[in-house]
Ligand binder design. Structure first.
Ligand code: G3I
Length: 351
């Protein structure tokens, strides 16, 4: 089955790849269309990774693998508010610009991450220093400043991230308290004004299968679209742990968004385990990576599948979940694991 679905057509992708190959600014080896991106390309689903910018600058094999394997990239941290505006009015786009330049040179689309979130805010944003009306202005300015800086160069933005509790109620955040529940619709309206060409995502974790949280988000997306709010896509982060079992209804979940005409994507996939790893855990992990990709390939409007780091060398998991890790498709030496082979074979079957 050869289906170029959402996004760029084959000719456009080929043209970008050629342009990218000609325009490498840093003298790095030209990234040909090899690795996972070569098997993903015929399916029309992009394959991506979160990028650790310190590693990209310092680790040549890491940099080479980012260019070789992926046709979309997401900054793991450097587009977050605390990084881009550490003190009020003083912007720092350095590492974010570097990623956008790297992506252009390698024919990669950029997923912007993230505009409205309760976490990784700069310390100057707080409810003591500002009134609710001022916080509203600051959020609006933030969206316009960041999207404006990158206007036309970001394929898709995570506009609102992790806005829900597990029971489907809205998370109690600075934004909910200051702006009320309408902050989500406002954020999407501002984002669309700031860069009309970007695909705008609501994004969250623990929404792989059908549950109270994913249903609440489904209802919100449906209702906002009925109201004409420019929200085009739902991002499923895909942080799984094999010790919890794998969700069984991922495909059904994607299908209901598909039926609304809403784009979907897996945006932060990793599958962690309790260490040490062994062959059975590693196989279970491969199944987790595979089941999410398969679901993506089985619906019409799933546009990309991004891993939250491709090597255990830089994964966020061990730092947050003590005693857990080995969550990515490549080990600390950038050697492929069964999960990598599963991704490759799954794309090959679909392409
Ligand atoms: O900013 C300091 C830096 O100055 C210092 O050198 C460094 C030394 O450890 O720490 C730096 O900040 C860390 C930052 O990553 C950059 O490395 C923070 O302490 C650390 O908390 C932060 O973790 C990130 C986390 O988001 C924060 O919530 C992870 O790398 C990143 O993978 C993770 O990504 C999130 C997504 O954005 C949203 N979904 C969940 C996902 C996993 O938590």
């Amino acid at each position: 089955m050869n289906r170029i679905r959402a996004g760029l057509g084959a000719a456009a992708i080929a043209a970008i790849t050629v342009l990218g190959a000609a325009a490498l600014p840093n003298g790095a080896a030209v990234a040909g269309d090899t690795g996972l991106r070569s098997v993903a390309r015929p399916t029309g689903v992009k394959i991506g990774t979160a990028v650790n910018m310190d590693a990209l600058a310092a680790d040549a094999p890491y940099q080479e693998a980012v260019g070789r394997e992926f046709n979309t990239v997401t900054p793991e941290n450097v587009m977050k508010w605390e990084v881009v505006e550490p003190t009020q009015g003083n912007y720092n786009w350095t590492q974010a610009d570097q990623l956008v330049d790297f992506a252009r040179a390698h024919g990669q689309a950029v997923r912007g991450h993230v505009l409205v979130w309760h976490s990784q805010l700069p310390s100057w944003i707080n409810e003591t220093a500002f009134t609710p009306a001022q916080l509203r202005d600051l959020l609006r300015q933030h969206i316009f400043a960041e999207m404006g800086h990158f206007r036309g160069r970001i394929w898709a933005w995570d506009v609102v991230n992790e806005a829900f509790n597990e029971d489907g109620t809205l998370r109690d955040t600075i934004w909910l308290r200051a702006l009320g529940p309408g902050y989500i619709a406002d954020a999407f309206r501002w984002a669309h004004q700031a860069d009309p060409s970007a695909i705008l995502f609501l994004n969250d974790y623990n929404v792989e299968g059908i549950n109270a949280k994913s249903t609440a988000e489904y209802n919100l997306v449906r209702d906002l679209r009925r109201q004409g709010v420019p929200i085009q896509a739902f991002g499923i982060q895909g942080h799984l742990g094999i010790q919890y079992g794998l969700p069984g209804d991922v495909l059904q979940n994607l299908r209901r968004f598909d039926a609304l005409g809403v784009k979907t994507a897996f945006t932060e996939v990793d599958v962690r385990m309790i260490l040490p790893d062994d062959n059975i855990k590693t196989q279970a992990q491969a199944e987790g990576f595979g089941l999410m990709l398969r679901a993506c390939l089985l619906v019409r409007h799933c546009i990309s599948y991004t891993v939250w780091g491709f090597t255990d060398k830089y994964s966020w998991v061990p730092g947050v979940f003590s005693g857990q890790g080995a969550a990515t498709p490549m080990d600390e030496n950038l050697q492929p694991k069964p999960a990598y082979e599963t991704l490759k074979q799954t794309f090959q079957l679909a392409g």
